[in-house]
Each structure stands twice: as structure tokens, then as C-alpha cells.
Design a protein around this ligand. Structure first.
Ligand SMILES: Cc1ncc(COP(=O)(O)O)c(C=O)c1O
Length: 380
């Protein structure tokens, strides 16, 4: 019989939309969060060289020392923080890192406080280890920025972790340093650990990026190569853990994951050495696409109410259109051939919204905008 834990795990709706979209012809994909760039050429060359050199066996569960040193150097370069490579555990993506973090922190019944809207999969990571989710609502009029006082009110004796994400999926909100520092204090006072998913770092357009590690060493920080380096299918990520969790996380990694692919770890070192000018170029391209979509949403008469500052998503309120947001998403898919994700995937607070991803080239976005214009009911 399927366990209660497995039964409680909800489908990832963006993937359901993708499945339906793939059955139709000529669909523009604004539903998935998959970069349309190739990884830097040097990354591909390094992976091939590493494969040819026979680097195909297991590595230490915590990852190759060269990659852990390269990740530590990345923190020094990007944020001026000094991280001991011994606190870094390499994982096959950010998702397994999330699983290890939850497994390391939660006993059955423990609570994790996270925002609503949130990344669709977060509650399922919590449920997978028999934890409970408590949500803190975010408001568009605050740019979907979390308020420290809301977290303060939400934590209690059962809270084991605060699960945070900046730049955020699905809102594109980027937390400022003051908020991160405030949330670190809330966690300390509640004897809980901040778990901060920084997988969209490197993709912020108008806001300075801060890692939680600037404010506390008592956080588990997750990151990966999928988004910034467009390496989704390579499966590579990492976590930085407080010293007292290193041994537990390493034992979990040894048992549950064995290791990240050996030659991909070599490619990860090359990715971290990508010239900043190439990464800036990619960021600029995303910024242009964001501006295109933000303007279009306003032209459609939909209420954005904020400017998304990072990642490659925006949430648009469609509550004044006929039907619910799922009906509007269906209309856009079936009548306009544009796939978007209904907001309910990201929490109850997002139920009246659609998430648009701009990880698609500008020409396709422009065509999508024209097509949507034609099927939307007359605007106010
Ligand atoms: C917020 C967030 N965290 C984690 C992931 C998964 O990343 P990875 O490919 O590194 O497992 C995603 C993917 O969309 C995401 O949006």
C-alpha cells in the first residue's frame, strides 16, 4: 500500500501543464523554469575531457575537494564571506540538497515555516520526511517581500526550520540584507535553522544579492548549477551547513545519494570559473525579457502590482477575468497556444494568479504576447 507520506505528496502542476502542452502543436512554453541558454562552452569541454580521462567512478559523498574549494572561493569572490570547504557538501542538484537538509533537521511532526507563494515542491520535501508546513502569506503590494514580524509571529516551539528562497520562484522577489538578517535572528530566537535556497543567485536585475551566510553561520544554504549556468540536466548543486551538521549531512549523503556524478563535478569547477562578462550578458538578456513581459502584462490590463527583481518569473493576478486561474491558463493553452502555470501550484495565496516564466527567447515571448492579446476578453 502507498504510504501516507507518499499519498500526501501533490503533483507538480507545471509538469502536468508541460505534458499537456507537449500533446499540442506549436505551443510557446512560458510554464517551465528551464533556461534556454547552453552552459558555457568551457564547461562542456571540461566534462568531455573528464569523461575521456576516465573520471566516471564514485567520488567522496561530500564531493571532490577541488569543487568544494572552488565553491568556497566563489563565496569569497561574490560576497566576501569566508567559508571552510569542510562545511560544503556537493549534491546531484539543489533538490537532493533540500531533501538532505529536511532529513537532517526534522523529526516527525516538526514544523517548517515558509512563505505563500513558495516554490511548488517545498511542502512536499517537508511532507516526505513527515514534517508539517506552516505558511506566512506574502502581499503583492509589498513586492511579495517577506515581513520579519510575520515570521516572528509564525514560529513556535515545534518550528525546526525556516525555508526561504531568494531570488524567489514564483514571484521574482529578492530579499534585502536587512530582511535576511532579521530572519536569521527570528530563527536563532526560536532555536530553528534557516534553510535558504539561493539557486537563482546570479539572476537579479535591480537588487543587490546577499547570501544568508553574510549574516549567520547557523544556516543551511543551498545552491546549484541549474539556473545560473543553465545546467539543469547535469544535476549538480551544493549545500553549506553549520559545522555541527556536517557529519550528519555527510552520512545522509553517503547513504541516500552516494555522490554527484564525478565528471560533472569537474565541469562544475569550470562553470564557477566562467568569466563574469558572459554571466552579465545572460543576466541582461533575462532583464530585457522581463521588461518585455512586465509591459505586456500591463497592456493586457492585468494587475502586476510589483516589479519582479530576479529569477525568471512573474506572477500576474487574473482574478477579474472570467473563470478561475486554471480556466484562464487553459484558455491560453488551448486557444492561444501559450503554456503558463496556474498559481495554485505555488500556494493558496497565489490561487488567483498565473506564473509566467521568461526563460524563453524574446522572439517567442513577443509572439506569446500577441497571441495572448487576441484571446483575452476585452480589457477594462
Ligand atoms: C526555487 C527552486 N529550488 C530548487 C529547484 C531545483 O533545482 P535543481 O535543478 O538544482 O534541483 C528549482 C527548480 O525550478 C527551484 O525553482
Amino acid at each position: 500500500m502507498v504510504s501516507q507520506r507518499a499519498a500526501d505528496v501533490t503533483p507538480f502542476m507545471a509538469m502536468d501543464v508541460l505534458e499537456r502542452a507537449n500533446e499540442l502543436d506549436d505551443v510557446i512554453h512560458l510554464e517551465v523554469g528551464e533556461p534556454d541558454f547552453s552552459p558555457p562552452e568551457r564547461v562542456i569541454e571540461t566534462a568531455v575531457e573528464s569523461l575521456r580521462a576516465g573520471h566516471t567512478n564514485y567520488t567522496a559523498a561530500r564531493g571532490k575537494p577541488e569543487l568544494r574549494r572552488a565553491i568556497a572561493a566563489h563565496y569569497d569572490r561574490e560576497y566576501g564571506v569566508d567559508i571552510d570547504p569542510d562545511r560544503i557538501v556537493v549534491t546531484p542538484g539543489t533538490s537532493p540538497a533540500l531533501l538532505l537538509a529536511m532529513a537532517a533537521l526534522l523529526d516527525p511532526g516538526d514544523e517548517v515555516v515558509l512563505t505563500d507563494p513558495h516554490y511548488a515542491c517545498y511542502p512536499n520535501f517537508v511532507r516526505a520526511v513527515s514534517g508539517h508546513v506552516r505558511t506566512v502569506p506574502l502581499r503583492p503590494e509589498r513586492g511579495f517581500q517577506p515581513r520579519v514580524s510575520d515570521f516572528d509571529a509564525a514560529v513556535d516551539a515545534d518550528t525546526a526550520a525556516l525555508l526561504l528562497n531568494s531570488p524567489a520562484n514564483p514571484t521574482g522577489a529578492v530579499m534585502d540584507g536587512e530582511t535576511l538578517a532579521g530572519l536569521a535572528d527570528v530563527a536563532t530566537d526560536a532555536d530553528a535553522t534557516p534553510v535558504v535556497d539561493e539557486v537563482y543567485h546570479g539572476l537579479s536585475y535591480d537588487a543587490a544579492e546577499h547570501t544568508m551566510l553574510e549574516y549567520t553561520d547557523d544556516a543551511i544554504v543551498l545552491n546549484g548549477f541549474s539556473k545560473r549556468f543553465a545546467m539543469t540536466g547535469w544535476r549538480l548543486g551544493w549545500m553549506v551547513v553549520p559545522p555541527e551538521y556536517v557529519d550528519a549531512v555527510n552520512r545522509l549523503a553517503q547513504n541516500l545519494l552516494i555522490c554527484a556524478p564525478n565528471f560533472v563535478q569537474d565541469a562544475g569547477v569550470a562553470a564557477l570559473e566562467t568569466p563574469p562578462s558572459r554571466l552579465d550578458e545572460i543576466r541582461e538578456t533575462y532583464r530585457e525579457r522581463r521588461d518585455l513581459l512586465v509591459d505586456a502584462v500591463a497592456d493586457w490590463g492585468l494587475d502586476l502590482g510589483y516589479t519582479p527583481q530576479g529569477a525568471y518569473y512573474l506572477l500576474a493576478d487574473v482574478s477579474h477575468l472570467p473563470g478561475d486561474a486554471r480556466d484562464v491558463a487553459n484558455l491560453l493553452l488551448e486557444e492561444a497556444g501559450v503554456a503558463v502555470t496556474p498559481g495554485v501550484d505555488f500556494g493558496e495565496e497565489a490561487a488567483d494568479y498565473l506564473r509566467f516564466s521568461y526563460a524563453t527567447d524574446a522572439d517567442a515571448i513577443e509572439t506569446a504576447i500577441e497571441r495572448i492579446e487576441q484571446v483575452l476578453p476585452d480589457r477594462a
